[in-house]
Design a protein around this ligand. Structure first.
Ligand SMILES: NC(=O)C1=CN([C@@H]2O[C@H](COP(=O)(O)OP(=O)(O)OC[C@H]3O[C@@H](n4cnc5c(N)ncnc54)[C@H](O)[C@@H]3O)[C@@H](O)[C@H]2O)C=CC1
Ligand SMILES: N[C@@H](CC=O)C(=O)O
Ligand code: NA
Length: 430
């Protein structure tokens, strides 16, 4: 007997899920042990032209009725956003269906509710596509590394922003042109603010940290900065110093192991760093675990077909569980560690200051750093006279000390503007 799949949403990802379910039907049936059949596809509007070749008889605008239908075994949610996705997923789980979702926004906002519903109903909740698209990352963390102790997860988890930063760096494209290209290629979220302001990466970081450190983490726990303030001048200045700017997600345990930090922000990394070679919409994530050492996961982090690949992998896993009357791993939060504030983060900084070009300026600026115990590694002057800029790179310092330094620099009459402050990552370890 076939297992029936209900699909919610038929956009960039959903239409590719439909295509793969059709094109690979025989292989999927052989791998699962029984055919997978599309029971229905919930869409917002009937009669709209769509990429997928869907039998019109399967289309419905009544998603609620579809997810609770008796003959449906697995519900795939690729609508995105919080509502109605959450209500539909809960209705599916409460009707005993297993769920596959790509929805990182929901999992990071209210994962506790959906995971609890999965547990209460003895149903599966799989979400490999939610983080880093096609790259197998959730399953390795939840299953392959279940016997290890993860200390750090660090990488590029948003394809749209990586595409924009890469185009700005390699071809001098403007921010807005590069964003339009990323949207046309199907990488961006429905509202690209989620990408460029770092919300999407922050949601993914929350999910990764929660799994890696066996603790509950929500998007609100993540320190988030986007890329909208990054200018062509920042990109050029980074390039001149042998760096490239990337939007990084960093989840790291504290040294005493009692807490961890989760942050998403643009950072300069050396052009020789492995993450510097991650181009276009590709993602790459390092996982550092005590016994496994350093692992690197690389691949397509966005786009219809790559994301659908991860969704299909989850559908097969869930279908096998349904047939075997078993279920996959449930949410693990037993460690219950706390998330420490970003002020405790220790890293290096690149600071650009617009200063008056006159004797004594450097000494006064250096004094502000010294007062906060922030040690300067390099300093150089760019431009002359009214255009003079001081560019400083610090040794490792706490975020709190650096912020206090910047505040005091702003008050100096010789500092006309703090042009940019950016973290420098990846010089000690990847
Ligand atoms: N596009 C990508 O590269 C990736 C997307 N994702 C996630 O996959 C999910 C879907 O993303 P996309 O396919 O890119 O978005 P999309 O905007 O192309 O597709 C969503 C579809 O859901 C439909 N929809 C909205 N409300 C509905 C409702 N009440 N009932 C039925 N259909 C409804 C919309 O009309 C649209 O066709 C999101 O959670 C996104 O974050 C995850 C990884 C990569
Ligand atoms: N908008 C996201 C899509 C995948 O999660 C991105 O650009 O990475
Ligand atoms: Na993935």
């Amino acid at each position: 007997m076939a297992l029936k799949v209900a699909l919610l949403g038929c956009g960039v990802v959903g239409s590719q899920v439909v295509r793969l379910l059709h094109e690979q039907a025989d292989d999927l049936a052989a791998r699962v042990g029984t055919p997978l059949e599309l029971a229905g596809v919930a869409v917002r509007r009937l009669g709209r032209r769509r990429d997928a070749d869907v039998d019109p008889a399967l289309l419905t605008t009544d998603a609620e009725a579809l997810v609770t239908r008796d003959d449906v075994d697995i519900v795939v949610e690729v609508i995105g956003g919080i509502e109605p996705a959450r209500s539909l997923i809960l209705a599916a789980l409460n009707s005993g269906k297993s769920v596959v979702t790509a929805n990182k926004a929901l999992l990071a906002e209210d994962g506790a509710t959906v995971h609890a519903a999965a547990r209460a109903n003895n149903a599966d909740l799989y979400f490999e596509a939610a983080v880093a698209g096609a790259i197998p990352l959730i399953r390795p963390l939840r299953e392959s590394l279940a016997g290890d102790h993860v200390d750090r997860v660090l990488g590029i988890v948003n394809g749209t922003t990586n595409y924009i930063l890469d185009k700005m760096d390699s071809s001098g494209a403007s921010f807005s042109d590069a964003l339009e290209e990323a949207q046309a290629l199907g990488y961006a979220e429905a509202d690209p603010t989620a990408d460029v302001e770092g919300f999407d990466a922050a949601a993914k970081a929350a999910i990764l940290a929660g799994i890696a450190f066996h603790s509950r983490v929500t998007a609100a726990d993540v320190h988030r900065e986007g890329i909208t303030e990054i200018t062509a001048a920042d990109v050029a200045s980074a390039k001149a110093m042998g760096y490239v700017i990337k939007l990084l997600a960093i989840c790291a345990r504290s040294e005493d192991g009692r807490s961890f930090g989760v942050r998403v922000h643009p950072a300069m990394i050396p052009r020789t760093h492995p993450l510097a070679g991650v181009r276009e919409a590709y993602n790459a994530v390092f996982v550092e675990a005590q016994s496994a050492g350093r692992l690197m996961f690389y691949g397509a982090g966005a786009g219809g077909a790559p994301t659908a690949s991860a969704v299909l992998g989850d559908i097969v896993a869930v279908a096998r569980n349904v047939l075997a009357n078993t279920r996959g791993p449930e949410e693990s939060t037993y460690a219950d560690l706390v998330v420490h504030p970003v002020g405790e983060t220790v890293t290096r900084y690149h600071v650009s200051l617009d200063v008056a070009d006159k004797p004594g300026v450097l000494a006064r600026v250096a004094d502000m750093f010294a007062k906060q115990d922030v040690s300067i590694q390099t300093v150089r002057q760019e431009g002359l006279g009214a255009d003079a800029q001081l560019v400083l790179v610090t040794h490792r310092a706490s975020d709190a000390a650096l912020s206090a330094t910047i505040e005091s620099l702003r008050e100096l009459d010789i500092v006309r503007d703090v042009v940019s402050v950016m973290r420098v990552e990846g010089e000690d370890t990847p």
